[in-house]
Design a protein around this ligand. Structure first.
Ligand code: N01
Length: 472
């Protein structure tokens, strides 16, 4: 999604001398790799759309995963982006030397003036270290590597994990398979969210006049920024409202006290990523669905053995256990000025200047870099703001005005100190464990309202950069 955004913006700016490297054989990133049952984005579809490429075709308020992939493919086709993409090409190393970035692929080395990374966030599956996983007789796969060759209705399926992914899988499969055991280590708050449809006539009108999609873009943008955008980062009305919705949802949806007790989190709503789902609690109460809260002891050939000694017999085991959120551009080996390795710079955790650049790595810009506001904003406008920021520098480099630019250590340090100081008021530090938290126990997120991120990137401040200008 970010790479296509950058490519579109470069073309719109009249810059066509660029190459996009894609490891896979098709576009789509997250929405190509994740194909699990129930896959849906928790951001309203109108606001999960590039501002420069409206989509009249969304069928629902929240977009089903396959529709997002279709949209991204259409953007790539309609904007002629595919001819710039080298598919099936894994960049293993990016090294800055003699004023250029040298990218290594299986085809050799190629030099570029600017490097933009658009490698996503939740891309590297986190596999649990559970004893005996290899010994399980049936298929075992991570949620992002769904095995569609297995017919599900006659199977007993185990789902490990109850994050956004596990909840969506459970909501989709509950009552539709022979048995479903949901292994819940920590209960999650679930915000009720009716995923309404856009009617055929409405879609036909928007197809005829794409400008009719604009009010939806602005309304849902406002809704996300002023609701979900503020709730986690500051006390106030939004936090109270989402908390109440989550608590009411559980109370009204689950009448059985014992089950409700099992499903009641100890942490505060929104401390972990808040889950938006319409049917999760209904699904776990369907016949054949079992919420297992005993800790997993080990896996054996016929199923999962829990700490109470029970064997949960299964045919298929799904690992909805999340992703390594700290990978960012890695495992690509990124080497900056004078042999400086990004791995070393990030040894204590990823840091960046305003989420987009790192001292010592000139002419490198990141999309979805460290501390992007991914916990309280739609990823599409984040990518657009970051791509615009990169483009500001790229134009100057292309025009010969700037030869080399990198953020200063001082500006980066001061920005990161400000962020750390703002973290304590966020709900993310209120005492839960989540993929948001870094090595130092602080969230690797943006602790302010999403508009601030947009403002920080809207007007690049060259005083925060070491700039080598052209001699001419
Ligand atoms: O991953 P997660 P996810 N034994 O890390 C459990 C986005 N997303 O793929 O909480 C047992 O949130 C772990 O338990 P615990 C969204 O940003 C969005 O679900 O650590 N359990 C947890 O329950 C989201 O936040 C959408 O105790 C183990 C689960 O696995 C992010 O992706 C849809 C375990 C991991 O939850 C990640 O979501 C899907 C073990 N050894 C994803 N190890 C939408 O747009 C881990 N767990 C709706």
């Amino acid at each position: 999604m970010s790479g296509l955004c950058m490519a579109s913006k470069l073309l719109d700016a009249g810059i066509a001398d660029f190459t996009v490297f894609e490891k896979a054989d098709d576009i789509g990133g997250t929405w190509r790799d994740n194909t699990y049952p129930g896959l849906t984005c928790d951001i309203p579809s109108r606001y999960y759309t590039y501002s420069f490429h409206p989509n009249p075709e969304w069928t629902r308020l929240n977009p089903p995963g396959p529709e997002i992939l279709t949209y991204l493919r259409r953007v790539a086709d309609e904007r002629g982006l595919r001819r710039f993409i080298r598919f099936g090409t894994d960049v293993t190393c990016a090294e800055y030397r003699e004023g250029r970035w040298y990218l290594t692929t299986a085809d050799g080395e190629q030099a570029f003036d600017v490097l933009v990374t658009a490698t996503g966030i939740l891309r590297v599956p986190r596999l649990p270290s559970i004893t005996g996983l290899d010994a399980f007789e049936g298929p075992v796969f991570h949620s992002s590597q769904w095995d569609h060759s297995i017919p599900l209705p006659d199977k007993r399926i185990g789902v490990i994990g109850t994050g956004s992914t596990g909840v969506q899988i459970t909501a989709a499969l509950g009552g539709r398979v022979r048995g479903l055991s949901v292994f819940q280590r920590t209960p999650q708050w679930v915000c009720p969210w009716p995923n309404m449809s856009y009617s055929r006539p409405a879609r036909a009108l928007m197809r005829r006049w794409p400008a009719l999609t604009s009010p939806g873009y602005w309304f849902w943008g406002w809704f996300v920024r002023f609701g979900f955008g503020r709730g986690p980062i500051q006390p106030g009305f939004q936090r109270r409202l989402f908390s109440a919705l989550c608590r009411w949802n559980l109370r009204l949806s689950v009448r059985d006290r014992e089950l409700r007790r099992k499903l009641t989190p100890k942490d505060l709503p929104m401390c972990k990523r808040m889950i938006f789902a319409g049917h999760y609690f209904q699904s776990v109460q369907k016949p054949g669905v079992d919420v297992v809260t005993e800790l997993i002891e080990h896996v054996e050939p016929r199923g999962v053995r829990t700490a109470d000694g029970a064997l949960h017999e299964l045919d298929v085991l799904v690992l909805a256990t999340g992703f390594d959120a700290r990978a960012y551009v890695r495992p690509m080996n990124v080497i900056g000025r004078a042999g400086l390795r990004l791995d070393e710079v990030w040894a204590d955790g990823p840091v960046a200047y305003r989420s987009v650049a790192v001292p010592g790595f000139p002419n490198m810009f990141m999309l979805m870099g460290p501390h992007s506001p991914v916990g309280n904003q739609s990823l599409v406008p984040i990518a657009e703001d970051q791509a615009d920021y990169a483009l500001w520098w790229i134009r100057r480099i292309a025009e010969g005005e700037v030869v080399e630019a990198e953020p200063t250590e001082t500006a980066t340090k001061s920005y990161n100190e400000d962020m750390k100081a703002a973290m304590p008021q966020t709900i993310w530090v209120s005492g839960c464990s989540s993929w948001y938290l870094g090595k130092d126990g602080l969230p690797e997120l943006f602790p302010w309202v999403p508009e601030r991120h947009a403002e920080l990137l809207a007007t690049p401040d060259p005083r925060d950069f070491e700039v080598r200008a052209s001699q001419v």
